[in-house]
Write a protein that binds this ligand. Sequence first.
Ligand code: CIR
Length: 259
Amino acid sequence: MDHKKTALVCLPSNTVDQGLRMKDRGRVDIPKLRAQHAAYCRALQELGFELATLPADDHYPDSVFVEDPAIIVKDTLVISRLRKQERSGEESRLEQLLGPKFPKMFRIADPGFVEGGDVLVTDNKLFIGLSTRTNMEGAEQLARIAHDTQKFRSYIFRIPESYLHLKGEVTFHRNFLTASEEIARHFLVAGQPLIVTPADERFGANCISWDKKIFIHSGKTKTKRILESRGLEAKELEMSEFEKIDGALTCLSKLFIAH
Ligand code: CIR
């Protein structure tokens, strides 16, 4: 059987500059953002991913952030329940596209809310961040689904108020994790080597990799040095326009193995 490493992405909408933001970080330059998205897609291909690309959806300014509307735990697909009115409804497009590819599918139900950005999935554990977007009801529903379908154990904890999502500051890379020093202690139970990044480099721990090659947000010089000292080949991607609307590298794709 052909097992393809697939990256689901969504093209940026014409309204992407109206994306939600925790604080004003300046005007989003849409042409520049599109160029950054194109470079990101090329990076995924360089890592060996085949792209599945959703068309832009102007009704949803934040629809480029496909990490949030769904969670994948092995062959189980969980459709999120997005908290913000402005994003509510983004889930159905992912469900239509991904639903047929997964033998098991569940939906987070009222009064639960979970966003994919708050869920770190490792080989056998979930780490779920409670945030302004993910509540305890949602986290418990997800933990139950992951336990019943895959025997996964879940760890649920509150994330710092300055974070939008847990995964802005932690990434699972198959053989190791990268995590900001501010939250790294939560992942000591992960059973994987942990590479700790400085707390003052926002999104430093949010990176995409395959084997030794790792793409990071540009300008994270200390993070880059740390990754290189661990034998990784770190390459920078300019993400300035996404950072203005609180987006990081992993937020822009949903990675899975297609059967
Ligand atoms: C939002 O506030 O929902 C978007 N502007 C940013 C979403 C970033 N997604 C992520 O961290 N997974």
